[in-house]
Design a binder for this molecule. Structure first.
Ligand SMILES: Cc1ncc(C[n+]2csc(CCOP(=O)(O)OP(=O)(O)O)c2C)c(N)n1
Ligand code: SF4
Length: 341
């Protein structure tokens, strides 16, 4: 074996040119118990549709574990394993390493097998962040970590996570008379942080399942490029965000159209905005007011006009003052942050 191990070949998954060219086969099927309109369930479906049958999926504890596997039954057609909350990084790396050893010892056929480890925002952006960071420093193993972000610990009844947006009503941050807003921290920038800080990681992207073909193509790029890769998906959650389930798709689009959720990819260190985000950055499309996104969700029903203005100002700042919209927050001068009280 080489002194420095290099990654094994990966499956070269072609980009899907339009929705009609998407594979018909489903590897995440019916029978799960997610809420009506759950976008995270759609993320699972599109993710494994893009990856294909020679794929192993590892699922960190959360809605996408609990609702998708009941005793003696599962919606997964591909091999699937539950892993501890906070362990998606270690599970992805460990599975990729184990496959490699089995192939080297001749116990299984040598062939490219996709490994995808998914985690929720609680599992990925809070308690599992260090394991993901560690995993992304091992260039000799091929695996994708997909963070499905429904902006709360949804499975345990909508608790605050490090990715819950400013001011949102969660079971840990209900609006009240003494304190109108209990949660006043701005959402962590996980994809930007991981892209900037992990030179061995050849692919990081943000996605949204409302743009299904783009979503599948980002998964395909991550799996084809090889090494440890990371995708962060924003997933509207009817229960946690408190809206009519029929609005899920529209809310995903609004998150992008208002600039709250910029779509970008960093491929071999080169950053590209894509889709509607690129059109906004190039001034071919208008950024919609965040009010349109916020007022459709019950979790912001207590917002005053000042709160909405503050939210808008923070998003404007990201677009107008950041080095790259939504990605790199460095700027020369510090300004004071004044949330409404
Ligand atoms: C170490 C540990 N702490 C707490 C729990 C209880 N628990 C199960 S699911 C869950 C919430 C997970 O939230 P997130 O990762 O955001 O996924 P989501 O439920 O939103 O899909 C918690 C706290 C656990 N399983 N393991
Ligand atoms: S609580 Fe949210 S993430 Fe969980 S199953 Fe329901 S819609 Fe999906």
């Amino acid at each position: 074996m080489d002194a420095v191990e290099t990654a094994l070949p990966t499956q070269q998954l072609e980009q899907i040119k339009g929705v009609k060219k998407a594979p018909l086969e489903e590897y995440f099927t019916s029978g799960h118990r997610t809420c009506q309109g759950c976008e995270s369930a759609l993320v699972m479906k599109l993710m494994v549709k893009a990856a294909g049958p020679r794929t192993i999926v590892l699922g960190s504890t959360g809605c996408m574990y609990v609702a998708n596997t009941t005793y003696y039954s599962t919606s997964w057609v591909v091999p699937w394993m539950h892993t501890q909350l906070g362990s998606s990084g270690s599970a992805g790396l460990g599975t990729a390493a184990a496959l490699r050893v089995l192939m080297r010892k001749g116990k299984i056929k040598e062939e490219p097998i996709n490994v995808i480890a998914f985690c929720g925002d609680g599992g990925g952006a809070d308690m599992g962040l260090s394991a993901i960071s560690a995993a992304l420093t091992h260039p000799q193993y091929n695996f994708l970590i997909l963070l499905y972000d429904n902006e709360s610990y949804a499975n345990t009844d909508i608790q605050l996570s490090g990715l819950t947006p400013y001011g949102a009503h969660t079971t840990f941050s209900p609006p009240g008379k003494m304190k109108r807003l209990l949660h006043t921290r701005w959402k962590k920038n996980v994809a930007g942080m991981l892209a900037a800080g992990h030179p061995e990681c050849r692919y990081v992207a943000t996605v949204c399942a409302s743009y299904a073909v783009d979503f599948m193509n980002r998964v395909r790029k991550a799996l084809s490029i090889g090494g440890p890769t990371f995708i962060h998906s924003l997933d509207p959650c009817p229960k946690g965000w408190d809206y009519d389930p029929m609005l899920s798709h529209e809310l995903g689009e609004l998150a992008v159209e208002t600039g709250v959720w910029p779509l970008y990819e960093v491929e071999n260190g080169v950053l590209k905005l894509y889709g509607r985000t690129k059109a906004i950055a190039e001034k071919r499309a208008r950024r919609k007011p965040v009010r349109e996104y916020l007022i459709r969700q019950g979790r912001f029903a207590h917002f005053t006009d000042d709160d909405i203005d503050y939210f808008q100002a923070k998003v404007d700042e990201m677009w107008e003052k950041w080095l790259i919209p939504g990605v790199i927050p460095f700027r020369k001068e510090l300004e004071q942050d004044r949330p409404p009280v």
